[in-house]
Design a protein around this ligand. Sequence first.
Ligand SMILES: [Zn+2]
Length: 156
Amino acid sequence: MGREIHIFTLETIITVLDMRICESQIRCLFRQYNEDYFGSLLPMPFFKIRHSVNTLGYFSYMPDEVFGTTETLEISDFYAYTPNQLRDIIVHEMIHYYLYYIGEDVRLKHGKSFKRMARQLNHAYGLHVTPTIDLTKMKPRPDAPYFRRLIFKILS
Ligand SMILES: [Zn+2]
């Protein structure tokens, strides 16, 4: 059984709560969760910050002439995540990545495999990874662009 408690430095908490998330931060967290929850099995994907109101996280892969296949993990910077929310969103996408990587679910669905793995990780490490997230319970970043906050209001 692995560690159950994540120690976030004050710097990380401030970054997550008060500032826009950035690619290097997601890369750092990915490396940590890969080690903690996936035995460092997953090769480093590309990271991208989105500004999406209705998609918090997104994993995709594409055939690539040079690399064979490229994998990309995207996270929206629209919301003010708590450290745990951000962790659960990243791990959610990493479960998709893992199931695709081992060839168990290349369609990236929220099927039996996804749910089983989320349940196992939640149980073992006290995570709260869910197939979907209720966006109305999320808070936009206070400095998110007005237009996007307006869309958020309309959607919620
Ligand atoms: Zn998903």
